[in-house]
Ligand binder design. Structure first.
Ligand SMILES: *Cc1c(COP(=O)(O)O)cnc(C)c1O
Length: 379
């Protein structure tokens, strides 16, 4: 068997007819940028999350940059975030001229450790970017309380958690402003780049709408602020709007697959992801942890199963961030996770036979390890 990490061709088959129809309509109309389909997508995401102001933009990184700009963050400011995430959770901070300040993750779910945030706060701290990593919502009760106590706004990086909920509250509602991504491999992935900013605060929403189009307000060619071009194309918004109708069922299928994996892997010596409840994790990635990660990955590859490492190098050890002065050892949990994590296929189109094959291949690796163990312990 050959199992890819994600199967976008299979996904496209289910939406192809509607998307092709939309492409023809848009090309006939020639309304190509920020038109009715962008508005429709914004309305769909606003309705699903319950966050009133949804502003589409060019990609998820821009959504983070727009969020930080709307909060007025720049030179001389510090922004706290996790070192164990995709690059742009931190590059966005540096790109607006501020300084990323990292706080280690907790071992349980690899999200930022709320217990360590307060120690990192200084008078320069102007925001906290939380990342709901792999689709699991952070401990927002504690983090929101810290933000309130110190009067520091919270930005949610929800590029991996669109549709995740804690009780009735969707990701996107837990902070002042939130950024998501429609990169093709995300849970709601487009036919190209795409992103969105979500906020409850009207003042921030208004600013983001202007910043997205060069800082222009109502009057054309009058620039109230220095914005940039981060518009979304109609064809891409239309495709997302079609795929959006499937998002809830895709997310549900991912959660069910995670439950299935957890049930069939619970007795082997590997750290499984936690499933706390039915909604707060949408399993953008299903990540196992083992100190034999590289051999484990090679074994799965030999069996035709493609996996991913998210993320091999934590951000505080990236060459471009050496000026921040962190070292190996600065964030032990993030470093440990980077060495131990392996994401196995969990895309919604995965068949039961493929899931069972994956489980069998995983079990066979750890069963062969158990036989070898006594020897290595003696030596
Ligand atoms: C994908 C991703 C981004 C960036 O989104 P792009 O659309 O690729 O710019 C930011 N943060 C996280 C956590 C992501 O997974």
């Amino acid at each position: 068997m050959n199992i890819p990490p994600i199967n976008l061709k299979a996904q496209f088959k289910g939406v192809k007819k509607d998307i092709m129809k939309g492409v023809r309509e848009i090309l006939d109309d020639q309304k190509l940028i920020l038109g009715q389909y962008c508005l429709k997508l914004e309305e769909q995401v606003a309705a699903m999350t319950g966050v009133p102001h949804a502003i589409s933009c060019a990609n998820g990184t821009d959504a983070l940059i727009l969020s930080l700009m709307a909060l007025g963050i720049g030179q001389g400011d510090e922004v706290i975030t996790t070192p164990y995430t995709f690059f742009s959770s931190a590059s966005s901070i540096a790109l607006v001229g501020a300084r990323p300040v990292f706080v280690d993750i907790q071992e349980s779910d690899m999200n930022i450790d709320p217990g360590l945030i307060e120690k990192a706060i200084t008078p320069q701290t102007k925001a906290i970017i939380v990342v709901h990593l792999f689709g699991k919502i952070c401990d927002m009760k504690r983090i929101a309380a810290i933000g309130q106590k110190h009067n520091i706004p919270i930005v949610e990086d929800m590029a991996q958690s669109l549709g995740a909920r804690r009780g009735n509250v969707s990701s996107g509602n837990f902070g002042d402003i939130a950024a998501t991504s429609f990169y093709p491999t995300k849970n709601l992935g487009g036919i190209g780049e795409g992103g969105m900013v979500l906020t409850k605060r009207e003042d921030l929403g208004e600013k983001v709408r202007k910043l997205r189009v060069h800082g222009m307000g109502e009057k054309p060619y009058i620039h109230e602020m220095i914005g940039f071009n981060s518009r979304l194309d109609e064809i891409k918004a239309m495709a997302l709007s079609v795929k959006f109708l499937k998002l809830a069922s895709w997310n549900k299928t991912r959660l069910e697959t995670a439950g299935y994996y957890n049930m069939h892997l619970r007795d082997i010596p590997v750290t499984l992801p936690i499933i706390e409840d039915e909604t707060s994790h949408i399993f953008h990635h299903y990540v196992l942890r083992t100190d034999k990660r590289d051999a484990f990955q090679a074994h799965l590859k030999e069996n035709g199963i493609m996996t991913g490492i998210y993320y091999p190098v934590p951000l505080h050890l990236q060459p471009c961030f050496s000026y921040l002065g962190y070292n190996e050892g600065s964030f032990p949990n993030a470093e440990k996770a980077a060495k131990a994590s392996l994401a196995i296929p969990i895309f919604p189109e995965l068949k039961k036979t493929e899931k069972d094959y994956i489980i069998k291949a995983i079990r066979s690796f750890f069963e062969s390890q158990v036989e070898e163990q006594p020897e290595t312990e003696e030596s």
